[in-house]
Design a protein. Structure first.
Ligand SMILES: CC(C)(COP(=O)(O)OP(=O)(O)OC[C@H]1O[C@@H](n2cnc3c(N)ncnc32)[C@H](O)[C@@H]1OP(=O)(O)O)[C@@H](O)C(=O)NCCC(=O)NCCS
Length: 158
């Protein structure tokens, strides 16, 4: 039997999301969040010129996505999710790394996001990529009024 450590990393590629991916986005979204975004919210982001919407594609299908919006002088990470079968294989990391490349020189104040304190996997992902907690938004989440941790990554750390 081959040693798992010697197996090549799983192959996937990053490309812009299109309307044709909405069914697959919805399917991942519903399985990823207690309060999923609606199809209309995703469609709205896809047409916004101030948003960047990236998909990760493996074995011919969507396996993860990242939605980011431009707010004045910073990029706001709005949504990132990965199909459960593909988690812990670097997909979210690659999506965010691709964002940093695509926005190089345009992130004056850097990158920001909100995350649930009860989501240590996501917090660990963001910390690995240079985000740091810089505040709390009280009762931010509509379903259970959990606070949100506000994280920032400076542009010069890219
Ligand atoms: C959070 C999420 C996007 C991470 O996606 P992913 O592709 O599995 O992440 P990566 O493989 O790039 O992981 C990078 C790092 O994040 C951390 N991490 C990711 N998943 C983790 C887990 N289940 N437990 C602990 N740490 C985890 C680790 O530090 C990991 O590095 P390592 O594997 O070298 O230890 C994914 O778990 C997900 O879709 N969750 C549901 C939706 C969600 O919570 N989105 C974030 C909302 S703010």
């Amino acid at each position: 039997m081959s040693d798992p450590a010697s197996l090549p990393p799983p192959e996937f590629e990053i490309a812009p999301l299109e309307f044709e991916h909405l069914d697959q986005i919805e399917s991942i979204e519903r399985r990823s969040y207690p309060l999923p975004w609606s199809r209309t919210m995703f469609a709205g982001e896809l047409v916004k010129s101030s948003s960047i919407s990236l998909g990760a594609f493996g074995q011919g299908r969507l396996i993860g996505y990242l939605i980011v919006s431009r707010y004045v002088d910073a990029w706001h990470v709005m949504n990132v999710a990965v199909d459960s079968a593909w988690r812990r294989q670097g997909v979210a990391t690659q999506l965010l790394e691709e964002l940093f490349v695509r926005t190089e020189g345009t992130a004056e104040r850097g990158y920001t996001l909100e995350v649930r304190p009860s989501n240590p996997s996501a917090i660990s992902l963001y910390e690995k990529l240079g985000f740091r907690a810089r505040g709390v938004r009280r009762g931010y989440y509509l379903d259970d009024h959990e606070d949100a941790l506000i994280m920032w990554k400076d542009a010069d750390e890219v």
